[in-house]
Design a protein around this ligand. Structure first.
Ligand code: AMP
Length: 192
């Protein structure tokens, strides 16, 4: 089972992906986590990623498409995968379609977790207030979030009509409690 989780930064895609991993034995492919690992490794790509991520901007499409193309070919993806943070532009969505077709893999569900910008900004302010500085992600602050939200509305939100026009998009209200969001995602998957 192959799933895309869409939604703005901070909507809970990562949290819900982990629930799906536990319940369905499929793997979570978070491009944000992969880039953070590259940053931690100090590689050349990691250095580029750090600058891009701290500014709340996006990495180039060709790099991200290659990372995902390589990753979904690995054996642990055989039972399926959840894409969390990818695709993030229409070019990435088109490249993904092509890649899945070439690899003979289906796309089973595209689920949007929607959360209003104001709620996301309230959430980040609470998180910053509650998390010791040493444990905070460098890109986890209200200023970067505002920029990431602008980038989301400009570059990522156009993917929604892309999948909607193919009759694939299912929407979940991400402002409900985490368990309720999980239940609704499960219901979408069960309904096929
Ligand atoms: P995330 O953890 O998904 O919110 O991603 C953190 C940051 O990594 C984003 O703000 C981008 O700078 C970068 N990033 C993650 N996924 C992608 C992607 N698919 N395309 C471009 N940049 C990405």
């Amino acid at each position: 089972m192959n799933i895309i989780l869409l939604g703005p930064p901070g909507a809970g895609k990562g949290t819900q992906a982990k629930v799906l991993v536990d319940n369905h034995g499929i793997v979570q492919l978070s491009t944000g986590d992969m880039l953070r690992a590259a940053v931690a490794s100090g590689s050349e790509m990691g250095q580029q990623a750090k600058a891009v991520m701290d500014a709340g901007k996006l990495m180039p499409d060709d790099i991200m498409v290659q990372i995902i193309s390589d990753r979904i070919s690995e054996p642990d993806c055989e039972k399926g995968f959840i894409l969390d943070g990818f695709p993030r532009t229409t070019a990435q969505a088109e490249a993904l379609d092509k890649m899945l077709e070439e690899k003979g893999l289906p796309l089973d569900h595209v689920i949007e977790i929607s959360v209003d910008d104001g709620v996301l900004i309230d959430r980040i302010n609470t998180r910053v207030a509650e998390t010791p500085e040493a444990e905070r992600r460098d890109d986890d602050n209200a200023e970067t979030l505002k920029h990431r939200l602008e980038v989301y509305h400009e570059q990522t939100a156009p993917i929604l009509p892309y999948y909607e026009s193919r009759g694939m998009l299912k929407k979940v209200d991400g402002m409900q409690p985490i368990d309720e969001v999980s239940k609704q995602i499960e219901a979408i998957i069960t309904a096929g």
